[in-house]
Design a binder for this molecule. Structure first.
Ligand code: FPP
Ligand code: MG
Length: 340
């Protein structure tokens, strides 16, 4: 009997029908998320028709609001949500959106959240400037809270850019090691999720030790999230994901299953994958995915994602039990077992 390819296996999590939607899951912070939306609308309202058109297209980019939710959930789990949290949740969402707008330029991506990307519709120059516009608005807004928030968010975005730069510098390096990969995803993704949790706890008045635990939860969650995201790029379905997939391969950005395969597979198989990665053309996913599933590279990467999700969940033992703490725990499972 042939083993079922890993990506077709039902996830060990809840069956899709029983899985709550993000809105259901985030019900305890629904009013706070509405307040965040109001801050976002007020901040991003532009009278400049050119800017307004681009900003209105960003409505399509609206995702699950994971980062604001992390900030609000940790705040509530650590003591309570204040107006500063609403402002900071809007700030992190604006930074996240700015990074996606820029990332789609770097990846030459055409589709994001089931809609055309800004670069596909308006070109790279408009995309860079729109990202900068969002990014500077985010800092302007953070300054209305205090200098400490600005410093933390500044350090985070700086590390985020360093992570992306590291990735760009390693493009085409087929000898990239796991340490470098983890450094890249820690910077480009986990630093921001850690910052969200840190801000939530800090502005709820949590003790220093608690803030560090909660920030580490966010960091481990971010790493698990990005490994799962990289798996989607390789074996996910574009229709479900709603974004261009295969861009990592096309850009020769090595991710965990490929790194593992190149290091572990017998020389002949690894050689085949190397050749495929170096060859021109756009259809590498179809050829690579079966190869990486057959030798356990996909299972290895999924296992590492689950390991980081479990590490994140372990940090939550430091929080007093509460509905928001329970949601943070559910998120550790959700970020790994998803198709979009
Ligand atoms: C998604 O990666 C991208 C990120 C997590 C970070 C992108 C960051 C920058 C481009 C830095 C500069 C931007 C600003 C404004 C500070 P991915 O391509 O793996 O994910 P995807 O599949 O969703 O595209
Ligand atoms: Mg991308």
């Amino acid at each position: 009997m042939h083993a079922m390819p890993t990506h077709q296996m039902p996830a060990p999590a809840m069956p899709a029908a029983a899985m709550p939607t993000s809105a259901e899951l985030f019900a305890p912070i629904a009013r706070d998320l509405e307040a965040v939306e109001r801050v976002l609308r007020q901040t991003l309202d532009s009278r400049q028709p050119g800017v307004a058109r681009l900003v209105s297209h960003l409505a399509h980019y609206r995702g699950k609001r994971l980062r604001p939710a992390l900030l609000l959930l940790t705040a509530k789990a650590c003591g309570g949500v204040s107006p500063a949290h609403h402002t900071l949740a809007a700030v992190v969402e604006m930074i996240h959106t700015a990074t996606l707008v820029h990332d789609d330029v770097l990846d030459d991506a055409a589709v994001r959240r089931h809609a055309s990307t800004i670069n596909a519709g308006w070109g790279n120059q408009a995309s860079i400037l729109l990202g900068d516009w969002l990014f500077t608005h985010a800092f302007h807004l953070a300054a209305s809270v205090d200098a400490r928030a600005c410093r933390l968010i500044g350090a985070t975005t700086n590390r985020l850019c360093a992570g992306e730069l590291h990735q760009i510098c390693e493009r085409g390096n087929l000898d990239l090691g796991e340490d470098a990969y983890f450094d890249i995803i820690d910077g480009k993704t986990a630093e921001l999720t850690a910052c969200c949790c840190r801000l939530g706890a800090l502005y709820a008045g949590a003790a220093e030790a608690m803030i560090e635990r909660v920030a580490n939860y966010g960091r481990c969650l971010g790493v698990a999230f990005q490994i799962a995201d990289d798996l989607l790029d390789l074996i996910g379905e574009e229709r479900a994901a709603g974004k261009s997939l295969g861009t990592d391969l096309h850009q020769q950005k090595l991710t965990l299953p490929i790194i593992w395969h190149l290091a572990q597979a017998p020389a002949e198989r690894a050689g085949r994958v190397r050749q495929l990665l170096e060859s021109p053309g756009n259809h590498k996913r179809e050829k690579l995915a079966p190869e990486l599933e057959a030798d356990g590279a996909v299972a290895y990467a999924r296992g590492r994602a689950e390991e980081f999700a479990a590490r994140a969940a372990a940090e939550l033992a430091w929080l007093p039990p509460s509905p928001c703490q329970a949601i943070l725990e559910q998120l550790t499972d959700r970020v790994v077992h998803r198709d979009c």
